[in-house]
Design a protein around this ligand. Structure first.
Ligand SMILES: [Mn+2]
Length: 322
C-alpha cells in the first residue's frame, strides 16, 4: 500500500461538495487517514483513462473511474463507455444509485452498512438539502429564488466563486462545521451578496426575452451574452405555465433548454401524448429526463428553430391531454 495521501475529486456543486466532506470524515473515522480534496472539472474527462495516473484518489458525484479507491455517484450518465460500465459492480468501496436525488445519501448509507457509522445530525441536514437542491425539490419558486436557509445561501454563493479552488475551502468548512456556520463565513456571505445582486438583475432582464406564451408553454430567447440568467426566472414571472423553453448562450455556441415547472407540473397524461423532454431533445441530438433536458444546435438560427419546435411539441401534448 502506497503512503501517498488520498485525494477526493468531487463535482463542483453543492451536493458534490457535501459528498467530499462526508467521505473525508467517513474515511477518517474508518481508516484514520485524513484525505485531501479537489474539485474535478469537465476538461479532465478528455483523457479519462490517464486521470491522476500513479496517484491515489476517490471520486464522488462524478464519472466512474476503475482506478478510484472509493467512488460514489448518482448520475445516470456516469459511465463514459460500455467498457467502463462493465468494470463496475458495487463493492465495499464503490456504489452507484441513479435513483438517488443526490450523492451524499448514498455515501451516508454506505458508511452505515459497510463501515458501521451512524450519520451525524450535521451530515443528515446536508444530505437533506443536497436532495432539495439537486432534484429541485424547493417548496416554492420563491424559496428556489430567494430562499435564505444556510444551504440555499451557500448554493447561490457558489454561482460567483471568486477562484476555481475557493470551493475547496468551502468543503473544508463542511468537514468541520454545520451549514449555518459555513454560510456565516465572511467569504461565503460576501459571495452570497454579490450573487443576490446578479439574481435580481437576471429577474429584471427576463421579461423582455419572452417571445410568446401559449397553451401554458412559454418560449424565450436569452441568447444575448449581455443577459444574466436565473434558472427559475420563467416560473418566477409566470407561475401559471407548465413548461418553459428557451435559447441561452454557452461558452462555444447556443443551448436550447426546456423544463417542466416543478410548482405547476403538467397533467400526468401529458407524457403519454409525447411530453417527455429528454425524448423530444434526442430528436435534436440532445437529451435529458422527462422533466428537463436540452440540446446544442450548431447555430443560433438552428437553436431558435429547435426551441420553437420543442415548445410546439409540448403545446400539442398539453392540448391532447386536456
Ligand atoms: Mn452534483
Amino acid at each position: 500500500m502506497s503512503t501517498t495521501p488520498l485525494c477526493i475529486h468531487y463535482h463542483r456543486d453543492f451536493d458534490g461538495m457535501v459528498s467530499a466532506a462526508v467521505l473525508a470524515c467517513a474515511l477518517e473515522r474508518s481508516t484514520g487517514e485524513r484525505p485531501g480534496w479537489r474539485s474535478v472539472n469537465y476538461d479532465q474527462r478528455e483523457d479519462w483513462h490517464a486521470f491522476e495516473a500513479g496517484k491515489r484518489f476517490a471520486i464522488v458525484d462524478f464519472h466512474f473511474h476503475p482506478r478510484a479507491e472509493y467512488w460514489f455517484d448518482h448520475h445516470p450518465t456516469t459511465f463514459l463507455s460500455e467498457e467502463l460500465r462493465a468494470r463496475y459492480a458495487p463493492n465495499d468501496r464503490w456504489h452507484w444509485d441513479a435513483a438517488s436525488p443526490s450523492c451524499p445519501p448514498i455515501i451516508l448509507r454506505h458508511a452505515k452498512e459497510h463501515w458501521g457509522q451512524e450519520p451525524t445530525e450535521r451530515f443528515r441536514e446536508m444530505a437533506h438539502w443536497s436532495n432539495v437542491i439537486d432534484a429541485a425539490r424547493f417548496t416554492s419558486v420563491e424559496q428556489a429564488v430567494f430562499g435564505e436557509e444556510p444551504a440555499l445561501r451557500i448554493m447561490r454563493a457558489l454561482t460567483v466563486a471568486p477562484t476555481p479552488d475557493w470551493v475547496d475551502t468551502v468543503v473544508a468548512g463542511m468537514v468541520e462545521l454545520d451549514l449555518a456556520a459555513v454560510a456565516s463565513r465572511a467569504d461565503v456571505e460576501k459571495a452570497y451578496q454579490r450573487a443576490s445582486k446578479n439574481r435580481d438583475k437576471a429577474l429584471e432582464q427576463f421579461p423582455p426575452t419572452v417571445l410568446w406564451k401559449k397553451d401554458d408553454v412559454l418560449c424565450y430567447d436569452a441568447s444575448s451574452d449581455r443577459i444574466r440568467r436565473e434558472r427559475f426566472a420563467a416560473f418566477y414571472h409566470h407561475p401559471d405555465i407548465h413548461y418553459s423553453v428557451g435559447v441561452i448562450p454557452t461558452r462555444s455556441g447556443f443551448h436550447v433548454s426546456a423544463g417542466e415547472n416543478p410548482w405547476n407540473p403538467p397533467p400526468e397524461r401529458a407524457e403519454a401524448n409525447g411530453a417527455h423532454i429528454g425524448t423530444i431533445m434526442e430528436r435534436y441530438g440532445g437529451g435529458g429526463h422527462k422533466a428537463v433536458g436540452g440540446a446544442n444546435p450548431p447555430s443560433l438560427a438552428d437553436a431558435r428553430r429547435v426551441a420553437a419546435e420543442v415548445a410546439d411539441t409540448l403545446r400539442a401534448a398539453l392540448r391532447e391531454a386536456r
